[in-house]
Design a protein around this ligand. Structure first.
Ligand code: MOS
Length: 764
C-alpha cells in the first residue's frame, strides 16, 4: 500500500525466506476445546447459503444451461419382468429433433451392480432402462420415445419376498433370489441357554413397509465433453463417487472427469452412488458432440431411484423377573428389489442393550421391483421399530416401566466389541427427555382412558455411528485482503456444511464470518472430501477445517515474527491482529502479513486425523412421542416429539434443529403414511406420484423439542462432533408405534399405522 512504512524483516523479500517460511514447523498454537469460551461455533447462525436458497438464485443441477444443450429421456420397462425380444428405433430416429438413440443393441456392455448391464435386455422391474433418446428439446425426446417399438417376452414375476425365497419361484438371476445364497448371521453367547434362564419370554412379528426417498430435487445430470475431458454437473451426495463410477464405466482416467454440485434438494441416501442416467448421458454426449441434460420425473423417482427395503422381523426376547435381559433373537427378511442391495436391520438389537445371548439371521431377497438403496439410517429405522416394540412388550409382561426396563439393561460398554465408548450420555437423555414429555403422567395401563380420543406416550432409543474419520482434506487460502476461501471436496446436501465450515474458520482465525467463503462440490477444485452419508460429513470435515485454520494461524504468526522481529513466543494473536506482548506498538493485521509476503495468497491443507484405537464411537439418543388416537376414525395425530440426544458437540444450533425437524417429520411419515404399494396381480407400482405416495405435510408436523445432552467428545477429534442426520430419524417411528399402543392398548405390528389398521386392531 502506498505511504505505508515498510517494516524491514530479515531476507523478507528473498525467495529463500519464503521457502523457510514454508518449512516452519506447524504446531497447534492455542488450545480451542469445548471449555474455551466460544463465540461462533455452536451458535444458531443462519445459513451462509440462506439468501441464495430463499431468493431462488441458488443454482441447482437442473438450472445449468449450456450452449447447444440437448435433452435426454429414458424409456422404461412397462413390465415387472421380461426379456426384450426386439427393439425397433427406425421410426423414432426419423422424428423431429432426434439426435441419438441408445439401447442395449448399440451400447457397450457396461456392467452395473456387478450382475446386470447399463442396458440389459433382461428387464427385472418396472422402470428398468430400455432405451434413451436425446433430442434438441425435451418435447422432441418425449415424442420420439413413443415411436420406439419394443417387443417383450413377459416372464413370471415375484414381488412377495417369502415367495421369492422359495426354490420354485421365478428367478431374477441364475444364482437365485437370495442375496449371497443364504442369510447373514450373527451370534454371541448361547441364545437357547439365555431363553432357558428367562422368567419372561415374548415373541412377536413386526413388519415395516418399503419407503421411497422422494427428495425434493429429482436425479439430474448435465454432462459436457471438452476434448477428452468430461464435466458432469450432478445432484449427488458423492462427487468423488460419481467421478469414479463414470470414469470406470467409460474406461477413462478419473482425472479426465470433473464432477460439480453446488446446491441440491436432498438425497436421503438415494444419491450415494453414481447413476446409470449420468453414464448414459455421457455416452450419448460423446457421440453427438453436444452437452446433454437428463433428469428423472416424479414417476421415475418413485419407480427407480431407490427405496428403504421392507422388513419382516420375527423377534424373541427373554428377561429375568427383575428385568435383566437374558436373550434376544432376530430373524428377518427384506425385499431389496431387482438388483443386489442389503436389507439387514438387526444392528440396534445387537448393540443398544446389554444382553449376553444374541442370535441374528437375516435374508436380503431380490424381487421384481425397484432396487433398494441406503436410506437415512439404513436398517436402523426399521430395526428400531422391531426391537423397541418387543422391548415394550417384554417390559409390560414383566410388569416394569418401559423406561426403567431400558435403564436396567443399559450398556456401559459396547456389547458387540466389548470396547468402551468414547462418550455415552444416553442415561441423561432418558432422564431429560422423559421429564420433558411428562412420562410419569402417561396412562397406565395402556388404552385405559375414557372417551373416543385417547392420548398415548411412547419412547424409543437410538444408536448410530457417525463419528466420522479420515480421509477428509481442507485447503484454506487467505488472500492479501484477509478474505479466506475454505475448500473441501465434500458436498452440502442441505444439512449446513457450507455454514459450519465458515463458522469454524472464522472462529479459529478470529475474523468475521463474512470474510470466509466455503467452496464445496467440485472434484477439480477441491481436495478430497467425503461422501455425504452415514452422518459423517460434519464429524469428518469439521476437524479438517479446524486443522487448516490452525495451520493458517501458525503461518501468520511465523510471518508476523519475521516482520516484527519478535520471537513467535512473544506474540499474541487476537481478532486477526498479531501483537508483541512486550511492546504493543509492534503489531500487524493478518491481511497485511499476507500482502507483505508477496505471495498473494497463503495456503494450508488440513486433514481429519484418525479416530482413537480401542474405543467404540456411537451417537445415542431417545425420543418420546405423544399421540392422540381417534378410536372412531382410526386417525393417529402426533402431538409432540421430544428428541434428547448425545451427539457430541453442536456446531450450529439452528442447522442442528433443522436436521432434527427434518428427521422427525420423515420418521413420522414412515410411521403413519409413507408406503410403496405394488399391485400383486400385475407387479406394477401403484404409488408413482406424491398424491398416491403420501408424505407428511405441514399440518402433520407436531411440536418438536430438541434437547442435546452432550457438549463435546474429546476423544474422537479436535472438534468432538458426532453426526446427527440419521440419529434424528432413527427412533421416531418406534416411539410413535409405542405411543399408539399406550393410547389404545392394542399393538399395531405392521407399519405404516394407517386408520384402517387401527380400526381393525381395535375390533380385534
Ligand atoms: Mo445416508 S442413507 O448415509 O444418505
Amino acid at each position: 500500500m502506498p505511504g505505508r512504512k515498510i517494516i524491514k524483516a530479515k531476507n523478507f523479500f528473498e525467495e529463500d525466506f519464503i521457502e523457510s517460511l514454508a518449512e516452519v514447523p506447524v504446531e497447534k498454537i492455542e488450545s480451542w476445546g469445548a471449555d474455551t469460551k466460544l463465540n461462533i461455533v455452536g451458535k444458531p447462525i443462519p445459513r451462509v447459503d440462506g439468501y441464495d436458497k430463499v431468493s431462488g438464485t441458488a443454482k441447482y443441477t437442473f438450472d445449468i444451461k449450456l450452449p447447444h444443450l440437448t435433452y435426454a429421456k429414458i424409456l422404461h420397462s412397462p413390465l415387472p419382468h421380461a426379456k426384450i425380444k426386439s427393439i425397433d428405433t427406425r421410426q423414432a430416429k426419423k422424428a423431429p429433433g432426434v439426435l441419438y438413440i441408445l439401447t442395449h443393441e448399440n451400447c457397450p456392455p457396461i456392467k452395473w451392480w456387478r450382475v446386470t448391464f447399463l442396458f440389459d435386455p433382461h428387464v427385472r422391474n418396472e422402470g428398468d432402462e430400455v432405451a434413451c433418446v436425446v433430442a434438441t428439446s425435451e418435447k422432441c425426446a418425449e415424442d420420439a420415445l413413443k415411436l420406439i417399438k419394443v417387443e417383450y417376452e413377459a416372464l413370471p414375476f415375484v414381488i412377495d419376498p417369502e415367495k421369492a425365497m422359495q426354490t420354485d419361484a421365478p428367478r431374477l438371476y441364475d444364482a437365485g433370489n437370495i442375496l449371497g445364497g443364504g442369510p447373514s448371521k450373527y451370534a454371541r453367547g448361547d441364545v437357547e441357554k439365555g431363553f432357558a434362564e428367562a422368567d419372561f419370554i415374548v415373541e412377536d412379528t413386526i413388519s415395516t413397509q418399503v419407503e421411497v426417498h422422494n427428495p425434493t430435487e429429482p436425479f439430474c445430470s448435465v454432462v459436457n465433453w471438452d476434448g477428452d475431458q468430461l464435466t458432469v454437473w450432478d445432484s449427488t451426495q458423492t462427487i468423488f463417487g460419481v467421478r469414479s463410477s463414470v470414469a470406470g464405466a467409460l474406461e477413462i482416467p478419473e482425472s479426465h472427469v470433473r464432477v460439480i454440485k453446488k446446491y441440491m434438494g436432498g438425497g436421503f441416501g438415494s444419491k450415494l452412488e453414481g447413476g446409470k442416467y449420468t453414464v448414459i448421458a455421457a455416452i450419448i454426449s460423446r457421440e453427438i458432440g453436444r452437452p446433454v441434460k437428463i433428469y428423472f420425473n416424479r414417476k421415475q423417482m418413485n419407480l427407480n431411484a431407490g427405496n428403504r427395503p421392507d422388513s419382516v422381523q420375527k423377534l424373541k426376547a427373554g428377561a429375568k423377573k427383575d428385568g435383566t435381559l437374558t436373550a434376544l433373537s432376530h430373524y428377518s427378511h427384506a425385499a431389496v428389489g431387482a438388483h443386489p442391495s442389503g436389507g439387514g436391520c438387526s444392528w440396534p438389537l445387537r448393540a443398544i442393550y446389554k444382553c449376553p445371548n444374541v442370535k441374528v439371521e437375516e435374508y436380503s431377497v431380490m424381487i421384481n421391483a425397484g432396487r433398494a438403496r441406503p436410506f437415512r439410517a439404513p436398517g436402523h429405522v426399521q430395526g428400531t421399530v422391531g426391537l423397541e416394540s418387543i422391548m415394550d412388550e417384554l417390559a409390560e409382561k414383566a410388569g416394569l416401566d418401559p423406561l426403567e426396563f431400558r435403564l436396567k439393561n443399559y450398556a456401559e460398554v459396547d456389547p458387540v466389541s466389548n470396547q468402551p465408548y468414547t462418550t455415552k450420555r444416553l442415561r441423561e437423555a432418558y432422564l431429560r427427555g422423559s421429564a420433558a414429555i411428562g412420562w410419569n403422567e402417561r396412562q397406565n395401563p395402556a388404552g385405559s382412558q375414557p372417551g373416543p380420543v385417547k392420548i398415548g406416550i411412547g419412547m424409543a432409543t437410538q444408536i448410530w455411528w457417525g463419528g466420522g474419520g479420515p480421509p477428509a482434506y481442507v485447503t484454506m487460502k487467505m488472500s492479501g485482503d484477509g478474505s479466506v476461501e475454505v475448500l473441501c471436496g465434500t458436498q452440502d446436501i442441505g444439512t449446513g456444511t457450507y455454514t459450519f465450515m465458515a463458522q469454524i474458520a472464522a472462529e479459529v482465525l478470529e475474523i468475521p464470518m463474512e470474510k470466509v467463503t466455503p467452496i464445496l462440490g467440485d472434484t477439480a477444485a477441491c481436495p478430497y472430501g467425503p461422501t455425504s452419508g452415514g452422518s459423517m460429513t460434519a464429524p469428518s470435515v469439521a476437524p479438517a477445517v479446524r486443522d487448516a485454520a490452525e495451520q493458517m494461524k501458525a503461518k501468520l504468526i511465523s510471518g508476523a515474527a519475521a516482520l516484527l522481529e519478535v520471537p513467535e513466543t512473544e506474540l499474541q494473536y487476537k481478532n486477526g491482529v498479531i501483537t508483541s506482548i512486550k511492546d504493543a506498538k509492534k503489531t500487524i493485521k493478518i491481511d497485511n502479513i499476507v500482502r507483505r509476503m508477496r505471495l498473494g495468497t497463503l495456503v494450508t491443507t488440513g486433514a481429519r486425523e484418525a479416530n482413537p484405537v480401542g474405543y467404540q464411537i456411537n451417537s445415542f439418543g431417545t425420543q418420546f412421542a405423544k399421540v392422540a388416537v381417534d378410536t372412531e376414525t382410526g386417525k393417529v395425530t402426533v402431538l409432540k416429539i421430544v428428541a434428547a440426544h448425545d451427539i457430541g458437540r453442536v456446531l450450529n444450533k439452528m442447522t442442528l434443529e433443522n436436521q432434527f425437524h427434518g428427521g422427525i417429520i420423515q420418521g413420522l411419515g414412515f410411521a403413519l403414511m409413507e408406503e410403496r404399494v405394488i399391485d400383486p396381480n400385475t407387479g406394477l407400482v401403484l404409488t408413482k406420484n406424491l398424491h398416491d405416495y403420501k408424505v407428511p405435510l405441514l399440518l402433520d408436523t407436531p411440536e418438536i423439542e430438541v434437547i442435546i445432552v452432550s457438549d463435546h467428545d474429546p476423544l474422537i477429534s479436535n472438534m468432538g462432533v458426532k453426526g446427527i442426520g440419521e440419529p434424528a430419524m432413527i427412533p421416531t417411528p418406534a416411539a410413535i408405534t409405542n405411543a399408539v399402543y399406550n393410547a389404545i392398548g392394542v399393538r399395531i405390528k405392521s407399519l405404516p399405522i394407517t386408520p384402517d389398521k387401527v380400526l381393525m386392531a381395535l375390533q380385534g
